[in-house]
Write a protein that binds this ligand. Structure first.
Ligand SMILES: Nc1nc2c(ncn2[C@@H]2O[C@H](COP(=O)(O)OP(=O)(O)OP(=O)(O)O)[C@@H](O)[C@H]2O)c(=O)[nH]1
Ligand SMILES: [Mg+2]
Length: 300
């Protein structure tokens, strides 16, 4: 391969990250937002370090973009590792109460400690962090029940850290999306580009669209392509499909086809599609067996 499929500019991200690290000192709880379509690719390698001894609430946003079955599988997978993920749809306001509650629980703990030390109670301070465009600001607006911070379809919308007070009980810090300085896993980088969770990156739309098609076939979502575009190609590469689709529908314009396909996926026109399925996990299997799952289904 001549050039990496995805290139991004960690410059302004590095600045945002530095500001974030400063503010973290003031924070009691980290609300880590990931994209439910790609819960692993949107795990930032430094989050654990940022969380430190604070509490973390794991939010898998865009629940509307994956099936109920897939949500269950991911819940089981995270549960088996001792994490309870909270699924939200920040665009339509689903699952928000559970996030609020989890944050308040941390607040109560913090204030109990303060009282024990003879201090007055204060609002719990939560920071919302995650990759660009995963829905952090939309979540904050939902928690606040009004549009306070800017949230829009493009990545890189939030530029500055910003504190907002939800109530006497909670203060929230909206942070710009953070990206690792480098991403060695090209497959993860492609998924981030497909889902538009990568901020101001440069990439080749056709390569990214071809990767999406390959992934759809690999994960058995080929039917979603066939029913949307009425073009079917079994056992072909994503690139071949892209060109066949361009020839059939877009006067041979592969670039336009790639943009259209990526847009269709991103706005949900291809249906609810999870681009990552939980990896095999022995303790998860044990947990499923306990709940009476058929062993032959376990782990896939
Ligand atoms: N379908 C769907 N769209 C969502 C959801 N949450 C957010 N969005 C949309 O995703 C886009 C990005 O949302 P933002 O809230 O700006 O995301 P962000 O993480 O703050 O992005 P940056 O500030 O750019 O890092 C917006 O168009 C939202 O309306 C969701 O749960 N489902
Ligand atoms: Mg934002």
């Amino acid at each position: 391969m001549t050039s990496p499929a995805i290139q991004w500019y960690p410059g302004h991200i590095a600045k945002a990250e530095k500001a974030l690290r400063e503010q973290l000192k003031l924070v009691d709880v980290v609300l880590e937002v990931r994209d439910a379509r790609i819960p692993l690719a949107t795990e930032h390698p430094q989050v654990q370090q940022w969380v430190g001894s604070k509490d973390r609430v794991l939010v898998l946003n865009r629940l509307d973009m994956v099936s109920a079955e897939m949500r269950q599988q991911w819940s089981d997978w995270f549960n088996a590792q001792g994490t309870l993920p909270l699924f939200t749809d920040a665009q339509h306001g689903k699952g928000i109460q559970a996030v609020m509650k989890a944050t308040q629980v941390v607040g109560a703990k913090v204030n109990q400690k303060r009282r024990d030390r003879g201090l007055l109670p204060r609002p719990v301070r939560a920071v919302v962090i995650g990759f660009p465009n995963v829905g952090k600001s939309a979540l904050i607006n939902r928690l606040l029940k009004r549009r306070v911070v800017e949230s829009a379809r493009r990545a890189g919308i939030t530029r500055q850290l910003r504190w907002v007070r939800i109530s006497e009980q909670i203060e929230l810090l909206d942070a710009p999306g953070v990206l690792p300085a480098r991403l060695d896993d090209q497959e993860a980088a492609l998924k981030l580009a497909i889902c538009d969770d990568i901020g101001e990156a440069a990439y080749d739309n056709q390569r990214v669209a071809a990767a999406l098609i390959d992934l759809l076939y690999r994960l058995n979502y080929g039917q979603a392509l066939a029913s949307r575009y009425e073009v079917e190609l079994e056992d072909q590469s994503g690139e071949a499909y892209l060109h066949a689709l361009a020839a059939a529908k877009y006067q041979g314009d592969a670039e336009r086809t790639a943009r259209q396909l990526l847009n269709d996926f991103r706005v949900g026109n291809l249906g609810a599609i999870a681009l990552e399925h939980p990896p095999f996990n022995e303790s998860l299997n044990a947990c499923k067996r306990q709940r009476g799952y058929d062993q032959s289904n376990a782990g896939d």
